[in-house]
Design a protein around this ligand. Structure first.
Ligand code: RNT
Ligand code: ZN
Length: 417
């Protein structure tokens, strides 16, 4: 079947596939830099294990060890992915030049100059994340620590990150989403559950007291249910983070990571719930298996439903900040990045190629609705996807893995461990 034939099949359902592709092509999706090096960053010993409740598993050879290697890998990934990309950096990816290393509380915009150059050359915006983990001062609580000195250090880190986010937004001419996530919590049952939460609230208040323009810098709070080693209690729980965002709507937006809920909860359903109240929300799209395992995003039912909700709720107009957040160290990292990014694009395009069946729901035509939705599943979507890849100048399915293998052979395999 040709694209033209597929297009007319969709047209018969009232779907304009050309318009769908045109729309998706312009929507920024943030590409997380941390898939390339297993979330190690450049500012601490890369051979130390991750701390703070997150974990990568696997030791597939060829991870990026330097900014140059990571940037080259990102270029490779972007050449294989359709659509508009935005970079997503963690503070731990600061690039230190001759004037030396700086600790997290002393990071400055200049430490991200190299990334700004990288983004500028490619016309990319950039999102940012303070890094409250994998650091000697992040062995226990960070922003919610009872130790005022530890708390001060991390608050200062957060403030430095606001200034850096502002720099990224101004230098690149696109808003910078700055996400606050900490792994603060306890392995076992705490006796004081409110103390850490009150301190956490006050610490975020202090971070956000750093001056910024909410049109340019978009601070978020990301909730979590539990982490490895932090099983009993999480300071930034769902209720905490959502309430924080609700009480600070003029300077903060809620971020939902679909690995951060109980296994039968779905973020697809939370998107319209939040958009009823918040003008803007942010997402980390991942694939949890049993826990927040951060597997590569697949084109599975929940990814499709989540993207369907983004589209249905008007999220592509800017109210939903879309980012990816996963890290698999057990397979080729370029392929991992590419599969996940392409899958989010696929799921968004699928949603855009879905006719609006709201009238059937409103009139209670549940039989017709079920039949219509089931029959959509065998529409010739593959042709639309292939055409979208062609329009975006990237390889179609079946035509990119060979390039990744060649890159692995020529470049990644020479990196050693
Ligand atoms: C961890 C959170 C957080 C991190 C990144 C690296 O559970 O999802 O967003 O994955 O900041
Ligand atoms: Zn996340």
């Amino acid at each position: 079947m040709s694209y033209q034939e597929a297009k007319s099949r969709y047209a018969a359902l009232g779907v304009d596939t050309d318009a769908a592709m045109k729309k998706l092509k312009e929507v920024p999706v943030a590409l997380h830099c941390w898939q390339g090096d297993d979330v190690r960053g450049f500012d601490t010993d890369p051979n130390k294990p991750l701390t703070g409740g997150i974990q990568t598993t696997g030791n597939y050879p060829g991870r990026a060890r330097t900014p140059e290697e990571l940037m080259a890998d990102l270029d490779m990934v972007m050449s294989l992915c359709p659509g508009t990309k935005k970079m997503n950096l963690h503070a731990s990816y600061a690039v230190f030049e001759d004037d030396g290393w700086a600790d997290r509380d002393a990071l400055q915009p200049k430490h991200f100059q190299k990334w700004v150059d990288f983004c500028k050359e490619r016309g990319l915006g950039c999102d940012f994340n303070p890094t409250f983990f994998s650091h000697p001062k992040a062995t226990g609580l960070t922003l919610s620590s009872p130790d005022p000195q530890i708390r001060r250090f991390w608050i200062d880190h957060g403030k430095a990150c606001i200034r850096i986010s502002n720099y990224l937004a101004e230098a690149l001419g696109q808003p910078c989403v700055m996400n606050i996530w900490t792994g603060d919590g306890f392995k076992d049952i705490p006796v004081d559950r409110i103390g850490p939460r009150v301190r956490y609230k006050e610490a975020i208040d202090e971070i956000l007291s750093e001056p910024f323009d909410f049109e340019k810098v978009k601070p978020c709070v990301e909730s979590k249910v539990f982490g490895i080693g932090v099983e009993a209690y999480t300071v930034g729980s769902a209720e905490f983070s959502l309430s924080y965002a609700a009480m600070n709507k003029d300077r903060c937006i809620p971020l939902m990571d679909n690995g951060h809920y109980h296994p039968t909860e779905v973020v697809s359903d939370k998107i319209p719930a939040l958009l009823t109240f918040f003008p803007e929300i942010a997402l980390h799209i991942t694939r949890p298996i049993r826990w927040d395992s951060d597997h590569v995003v697949l084109l599975d039912d929940e990814t499709k439903e989540l993207c369907k909700e983004i589209v249905r709720c008007g999220g592509l107009e800017g109210s939903v900040k879309i980012a990816l957040d996963y890290f698999d160290a057990s397979i080729n990292r370029i392929a991992a990045w590419t599969v996940g990014f392409r899958n989010v694009q696929k799921a968004l395009l699928m949603a855009l190629c879905t006719p609006d069946l709201t009238a059937l729901q409103n009139e209670g035509s549940w039989t017709e609705l079920m039949v219509a939705q089931e029959e959509l599943k065998t529409m010739p979507f593959g042709e639309i996807w292939t055409e979208y890849c062609r329009l975006c100048g990237v390889p179609a399915d079946g035509a990119w893995l060979a390039a990744v293998k060649k890159y692995e052979n020529d470049i990644l395999s020479k990196r050693g461990f």
